[in-house]
Design a protein around this ligand. Structure first.
Ligand SMILES: C[S@@+](CC[C@H](N)C(=O)[O-])C[C@H]1O[C@@H](n2cnc3c(N)ncnc32)[C@H](O)[C@@H]1O
Length: 203
């Protein structure tokens, strides 16, 4: 089984067993801020989970699209968007992040809260190319990722994050990095690890 399938199985099990610690009603404050600061437009959330950011954006007048590769996550996201009365502006697709050819550009905003940090190298390049295609020139890409040291090897639970240098190198071709905020994240009873928010702008 390759890395992609391993990662899919891990997330699918989490959703099947409802071990979903990121299931807060509201998206993180960084997403709330950008949703309010930018004029409402078209937004894409890659690895949208239960759709909290997509629903928030739709409630603020955005037309928002969420993508996740776990069907159960998308099923719940659609139900929650319907319950919130925003189904017309909040749509969801079951798909993997590097395979978004069914989506048409341009998006004014793309977000990724905790998705790409578990990708294999090959997936990272495909994902970066899709974002470069989909986000309009001048559009914003907001990323939250768990970080690890470049020399750290993945543990049994899979990769705990991505080396920050990989993020810089990956996006430098197409996106200007405008701001980074580094912090520490703790999930469940696992030890805390480094993480960061990255604000990119498409060149
Ligand atoms: C940590 S969760 C965060 C969910 C959501 N962004 C949020 O903040 O509520 C990461 C999500 O990325 C999804 N994901 C991971 N790899 C993916 C891939 N290759 N394609 C699409 N979704 C993926 C997982 O299924 C999971 O829902």
């Amino acid at each position: 089984m390759d890395d992609t399938n391993d990662t899919f199985q891990r997330f699918q099990e989490r959703y099947d067993e409802e071990r979903v610690p990121w299931d807060d009603p509201a998206p993180p404050p960084e997403i709330v801020a950008v949703a309010g600061q930018l004029p409402a437009g078209r937004a894409l959330d890659v690895g949208c989970g239960y759709g909290r950011a997509v629903i928030h954006l739709a409630q603020r007048g955005w037309t928002a699209v969420g993508v996740d590769f776990v069907p159960r996550a998308i099923e719940v996201a659609r139900q929650r968007a319907a319950d919130a009365g925003v189904s017309e502006r909040a749509t969801f697709h079951i798909a993997s992040a590097p395979a978004l050819s069914f989506l048409a550009s341009p998006f004014d905003l793309a977000i990724d809260v905790g998705c790409m940090h578990s990708f294999s190298d090959e997936m990272l390049y495909g994902y970066r190319d899709e974002l470069a295609r989909l986000v309009r020139a001048g559009g914003v890409y907001l990323l939250f990722a768990h970080l690890r040291e470049a020399t750290e090897t993945p543990g049994e639970e899979g990769p705990r994050g991505i080396a920050e240098g990989v993020i810089h190198d990956l996006f430098a071709r197409d996106f200007a990095l405008e701001r980074v905020e580094r912090g520490v994240t703790q999930v469940e009873d696992r030890p805390p690890w480094n993480s960061a928010w990255f604000w990119f702008r498409h060149r």
